[in-house]
Design a protein around this ligand. Structure first.
Ligand code: BYC
Length: 315
């Protein structure tokens, strides 16, 4: 079959809402776009463990510690499903990890900010996982079977993360004046990066035309961001906190919350490597890779030994 004809059939399948599975024919750029997005997503999950893991030993109670520990472990699990989903496209995990630790691959901009107080753990669960859920419930409707199915389970776990984050923030916001101040300070620092996290505005999003044509994403960055804003502003109000945006207003006609300008200059600086914690995050992943080398070598040697034994018995 001619390439053009194959592409036409592929597009028809997508337009009908059918899923594409691992072994099926797909345009090379569809494969590339998916590897780019899924591997960036996987990297975000494991880098995202770092700012939160930082607070496990300092959680204010045993309950908070157990919940945070479970959340951070969930993020590692998400990384594993996602690396596996990317592997179905013909790239192996070693290669993806190498791309991460050599700085060739991106991970979410949001994880380049520090967690300065316990309230930041609340803000991450509330805002970061909140933004992730809105984005990922959309991605669960995407065209690539292994990725969209991974999203279903991830979103269920993210919902628990989101609730635990909001609970922390809500309790602090309704606690002592010092605690309320801590919650507000945390919202002030995480709001802007949470807006940026959902990607450049539609006019500047270079991949959206292609990824939306192929239903890798079924909604644009701005659409997803607006849904996140509409869901989050009332939660801030319910907690008695103020969104740090003087231009925020509710549009009665459209029934949407409208925000002021997003600081895209900051976003591009962070994704170029100049955020407050890029260097630290990268070094943590590089060290983990180096320190885990002996485990991988031992596991590979054991597997090799088993294979040789089997081959010897079969001979
Ligand atoms: N950070 O053309 P665009 C989590 C890049 S983790 C860094 O609009 P696209 C969690 C983008 O890659 C959740 N880079 O891109 C974990 C592109 O550059 P390249 C993470 C960003 O792909 C632990 C360029 O900017 N979620 O939930 O159509 C604890 C132009 O952008 C970012 C995912 O990864 C960013 N924020 O749309 C707690 C979801 N935004 O690659 C929680 C999967 C954009 O061409 N990804 N860039 O060099 C997506 O849904 C989409 O990739 C995006 C961007 C909406 C993020």
């Amino acid at each position: 079959m001619e390439l053009a004809e194959r592409e036409k059939e592929f597009q028809e399948k997508i337009d009908k809402g059918q899923k594409i599975e691992a072994k099926e024919w797909m345009p090379e750029n569809y494969r590339k776009q998916l590897i780019r997005m899924i591997s960036q997503h996987a990297h975000s999950e494991i880098v995202g463990m770092l700012p939160e893991g930082n607070w496990i030993t300092r959680a204010p109670s045993l309950r908070r510690k157990a919940v945070l520990l479970a959340k951070v472990q969930d993020e590692a699990g998400h990384g594993l499903y996602l690396y596996s989903a990317a592997e179905t496209l013909g790239i192996d995990r070693e290669k993806m990890i190498e791309q991460l630790i050599t700085g060739k691959a991106k991970y979410s901009s949001i994880f380049n900010y520090p967690t300065l107080t316990w309230a930041d753990i609340g803000a991450i669960g509330w805002l970061v996982d909140g933004a992730a859920i809105v984005n990922q419930t959309m991605l669960a409707r995407g065209s690539y079977g292994p990725y969209s199915r991974a999203m279903v389970r991830i979103c269920k776990e993210e919902s628990f993360h989101n609730r635990q984050g909001y609970e922390i923030i809500y309790e602090l916001a309704n606690g002592t004046p010092e605690q309320k101040k801590m919650a507000q300070d945390s919202l002030n620092r995480w709001w802007g990066p949470s807006m940026q996290m959902l990607g450049p505005s539609d006019a500047d999003s270079k991949n959206s035309a292609e990824t939306m044509k192929w239903k890798i994403k079924v909604e644009s960055n701005d659409t997803v961001r607006q849904r996140f804003i509409d869901r989050t502003v009332p939660q801030a109000i319910a907690a008695g906190l103020t969104i740090p945006d003087p231009d925020l207003k509710f549009n009665e006609e459209t029934q949407h919350w409208e925000i002021g300008d997003i600081d895209w200059e900051e976003f591009y600086q962070v994704i170029k490597g100049y955020g407050p914690c890029n260097h630290k995050r990268m070094k943590a992943r590089q060290d983990a890779e180096a320190e885990g080398a002996w485990v991988r070598e031992a596991a590979a040697a054991h597997a090799e030994k088993k294979r040789n034994k089997k081959a010897h018995q079969a001979a």
